[in-house]
Design a protein around this ligand. Structure first.
Ligand SMILES: Nc1ncnc2c1ncn2[C@@H]1O[C@H](COP(=O)(O)OP(=O)(O)O)[C@@H](O)[C@H]1O
Ligand SMILES: [Mg+2]
Length: 506
């Protein structure tokens, strides 16, 4: 048994107050990637996420601390031109040298790298939870207190326990302090709540006693570095080539009449992901302002300004709301306004902007059907007047479905459009694409699109020309898929190039 195996083995030993105590280890390996293993354990409602990590107690903790002290004394910690990754590499080598130069520490020969890595994580990473922060599959990392497992929210497996445990509140507090200092903030009795964004996009929240009763908590919401693209969504069956090509056309509107779009659905149905997909289609020549509660969008666009809400400070002042930001964005001469999530007054402001001629405005909304979407928009607290409603062109309905055979799937279940009606104040809703739950396919209803009719008017192209354009773009997406190009950069290189070329043709 290697030293690492021994460590992992040890972590399973019954230890008083350890959460997984005395469990017969009948765990079943479900998945493994990188250094991560995912297990199901009998009688455990949550899956187990396991990585190799030192236990922060006893001899191991003393060793990490001793090495850290030496390293902090001899290595420079001030800013340098190195990237974070280069710094890690440099420190890693230096700490291996320290280990070799200090035999009295008695670091086991076959665990030198393990301990060097642990010390690096303390110096330039997130300590014990560092590997968790580096796993792009994890959305959230939750430290809830000492002697309890750190929980994670996994993109695929959702809430999970991990084998990472802090044994001491002081260690959690140290980590919270270190994170706070990195953004020139602090967590202490005067400011027991920390809510901040780190330079890498991670959103951090920390609470300390007496606010949190059971000790320090840390919640990290990670920024997805490699977002799902249109090709991923097609591969997952969320959308098909045809509907994606239609939405692509709608999102640039041939450079003349981009659609105003609301993406609607339940919690975690994939609204933001679809918004990201659509926004990535916005031509690179346009000026985009995005407004979000928590910045999640990741766009390949050059001329993009990201605005994020600021919650009120402890004294209740200094708040900058979604609505403040949407109002401000209108004064920024945007070609596009993208509103992360419409919940209140900002929805009204957004519609007012659409009514005064802003095109290609996009946002998400929490609602369970297209009809409910209209009701939500027109009732408090959003209160869009009926007369303004039809400046919205498309509603995309997104659903998270628990399929008996396929597990959790996310589907675009409807793409509808608003058609103003002269007699009725309420525009009518026409469905262009409809998902069939039995066949699990999204297909065109064959109805003639009102939006394409408008687009035809603005471009001088006939509706047939526009339908052919959709077909050509579907072909472009099929090519991407065939060639296995799925990354944000790869996909948008091709789609942006396509737009640039067709601009030359016009
Ligand atoms: N079409 C999809 N297929 C598979 N996973 C998806 C899809 N859309 C989103 N996800 C994943 O589901 C989670 C929630 O997605 P998100 O877009 O944030 O939902 P919402 O904005 O509706 O709350 C994320 O982990 C995301 O990566
Ligand atoms: Mg969202």
């Amino acid at each position: 048994m290697s030293y690492l195996d021994a460590l992992m083995h040890q972590a399973k030993e019954p230890v008083p107050s350890e959460p997984s105590k005395e469990k017969p280890s009948k765990k079943v390996l479900l998945d493994a990637y990188g250094d991560v293993k995912i297990y199901r354990e009998p009688d455990e409602p949550l899956l187990l996420y396991e990585i190799q990590v030192p236990r922060y107690r006893g001899e191991e903790k003393r060793l990490v601390e001793a090495l850290l002290e030496i390293a902090l004394n001899v290595l420079p910690v001030q800013a340098s031109a190195l990237t974070a990754e280069e710094k890690r590499q440099q420190y890693f080598q230096k700490i291996l040298e320290i280990i070799d130069g200090t035999p009295e520490l008695k670091v086991p020969v076959n665990a030198k790298e393990f301990f060097a890595k642990a010390v690096v994580r303390e110096m330039v990473g997130y300590g014990l939870i560092d590997d968790l922060t580096r796993d792009d599959e994890l959305e959230e990392i939750m430290v809830i207190g000492k002697q309890k497992p750190v929980y994670v929210y996994h993109r695929k497996y959702e809430m999970m326990r991990t084998n990472v445990v802090f044994y001491d509140d002081g260690d959690i507090r140290n980590l919270a302090d270190r994170i706070a200092r990195a953004v020139n903030r602090r967590v202490d009795l005067q400011a027991p709540l920390l809510d901040a964004r780190l330079p890498d996009g991670t959103r951090v929240n920390a609470t300390i006693p007496p606010i949190s009763l059971d000790g320090t908590t840390i919640t990290l919401r990670k920024f997805k570095k490699d977002p799902l693209t249109v090709i991923d969504l097609i591969r997952y069956g969320t959308i098909n080539f045809d509907a994606a090509a239609f939405l692509w056309l709608a999102s640039d509107g041939m450079g003349a009449f981009p659609a105003n779009v609301v993406i609607s659905g339940g919690t975690a149905s994939g609204k933001t992901t679809t918004l990201n997909m659509l926004s990535a289609f916005v031509p690179n020549s346009e000026r985009i302002v995005s407004i979000e509660d928590t910045a999640e969008l990741n766009l390949p666009l050059q001329h993009w300004i990201r605005l994020e809400v600021r919650p009120p400070g402890l004294e209740g002042s200094g708040e900058v709301s979604m609505d403040d930001l949407v109002k401000n964005s209108i004064r920024m001469r945007p070609d596009r306004i993208i509103v992360g999530e419409i919940r209140g007054q900002e929805g009204y402001t957004m519609f007012a902007a659409m009514n005064t001629g802003h095109r290609g405005v996009m946002g998400t909304l929490h609602a369970n059907s297209a009809k409910e979407t209209l009701v939500r928009l027109t009732s408090p607290p959003i209160n869009v007047p009926l007369s303004m409603l039809s400046s919205l062109n498309l509603i995309i309905m997104q659903n998270r479905i628990h399929d008996r055979r396929k597990g959790t799937i996310r589907r675009i279940t409807e793409i509808g459009e608003l058609v103003p009606s002269e007699e009725l104040a309420m525009p009518s809703l026409q469905i262009l694409y409809q998902w069939d739950p039995v066949q699990d396919v999204l297909s065109s209803t064959g109805l003639s699109s009102f939006y394409l009719q408008l687009l035809s008017r603005y471009t001088g192209l006939s509706q047939d020309d526009l339908l052919r354009e959709v077909q050509v773009r579907a072909g472009v997406l099929e090519q991407l898929s065939k060639q296995g190009i799925r990354s944000l950069e790869g996909v948008s290189d091709v789609t942006q190039n396509y737009l640039a070329k067709s601009r030359l043709k016009v």
